[in-house]
Write a protein that binds this ligand. Structure first.
Ligand code: M6R
Length: 359
């Protein structure tokens, strides 16, 4: 039940720190080692390329996962939208392994891919919140998100749980391969930082509510911009705003703005800049300055080490590979308050179903 919460979405946003801690508990032993099924670990070590296939929010979590698998586990990784991959497959590597990210485990577009790659004899791993689901049963391997039931149509805790599980799995594979980058990545510590940092943001709900009013109260459109993981978080942030508040929102690669889209910026266009990646922070900030100079109303979400005076939301420091675990929290809350204040049924947005079981 949603208890004293007005909507499940707000309850599920609040549960994210608990889910981070629960995942550490479920995936590690008393010595702090990550526990994965032996045969899965072996299959991942033997894979020469990973194909992450997913839809919607889970696709966005896959985008954040790819650099984790590449940098920590040393495996080239591609991320694909399931409905595209089903009918337009790229040339596959010799020993591919397919990862299906899916909260519900029932998404028809993914099942279409699963059936076809299984026919060809490839190994598959489903990462899902529902252990008894179709995609959990039909894949070679299954890992759970341990998020607890997610009722709101807008996915929140499944997104952060998916990123956390991707981090745990990449770390385990990289360590098994003896890779230094994996050894240096203290995933238990990082997920602890994620939990604490998320809580700190959740505790600022009232202020984020005010920012939502200021930025989005009456707008018909909005932009989220960033680079790298900040771009992927922007895509997810925009999807949240679109699906529950019906604001036409775009998550955009900050550097691409000047190649056309900046023409849409006019007086008071809301633009949220996500700035966590130390490599590109200065560049994204100057892109934000450019739109501000053209009249945009800019909200900065910055990681502590990259923050400047005047940034409205500052998130705690975390390994940049995991930044979306923190930067997405204010974006979820901004979308939530925009929808609730406009009087919409936050949990059940129009035209949408919780699991999409038709192609
Ligand atoms: O159950 P799945 O993770 O496979 O669902 C995928 C998408 O349908 C889902 O993430 C959808 O985009 C959400 N409504 C986003 O909030």
């Amino acid at each position: 039940s949603k208890g004293t919460y007005p909507f499940f979405m707000l309850k599920e946003i609040d549960e994210q720190p608990i889910v981070m801690r629960r995942l550490v508990e479920k995936y590690t032993d008393d010595h702090g080692n990550i526990v994965l099924p032996e045969d899965l670990l072996k299959a991942l070590q033997q894979a020469d390329r990973l194909y992450i296939v997913a839809a919607g929010t889970s696709y966005h979590a896959g985008l954040v996962g790819a650099p984790l698998f590449e940098q920590l586990a040393g495996i080239p990784t591609e991320v694909h939208v399931a409905s595209e991959f089903a009918y337009h497959q790229p040339l596959l590597s010799k020993h591919p392994l397919f990862i299906f990210l899916t909260q519900s485990g029932e998404t028809a577009d993914i099942r279409q891919v699963l059936v076809s790659v299984k026919e060809r004899g490839y190994q598959t791993l489903t990462i899902t919140n529902v252990a008894s689901s179709t995609l959990a049963r039909e894949a070679t391997f299954m890992l759970q998100l341990h998020g607890g039931p997610e009722i709101a149509v807008a996915s929140t805790k499944a997104y952060t749980a998916q990123i956390a599980v991707e981090a745990l799995v990449s770390k385990a594979v990289g360590e098994a391969k003896g890779l230094q980058a994996a050894k240096d990545f203290d995933v238990i510590h990082e997920l602890g930082l994620a939990a604490t940092g998320q809580q700190a943001l959740i505790d600022q709900k009232d202020r984020i509510h005010e920012l939502a009013t200021d930025m989005f109260k009456t707008t018909r459109n909005a932009f989220y911009i960033g680079r790298g993981d900040d771009y992927y978080a922007s895509m997810e942030a925009a999807l949240k705003l679109k699906e529950i508040s019906y604001v036409q929102a775009e998550g955009f690669a900050a550097g691409e703005l000047k190649h056309g889209t900046i023409a849409l910026i006019e007086k008071n266009t809301p633009v949220v800049a996500i700035i966590s990646d130390p490599v590109t922070a200065a560049r994204t900030r100057s892109n934000a300055d450019e739109v501000q100079a053209r009249g945009a109303k800019v909200l900065h979400i910055a990681m502590a080490s990259q923050a400047q005076d005047g940034d409205q939301i500052v998130v705690d420091e975390i390994n940049p590979l995991l930044a979306p675990l923190l930067t997405i929290i204010p974006a979820q809350l901004l979308a939530y308050f925009t929808s609730a204040d406009r009087g919409y049924d936050v949990d059940r947005p129009r035209n949408l179903a919780k699991s999409v079981t038709v192609e």
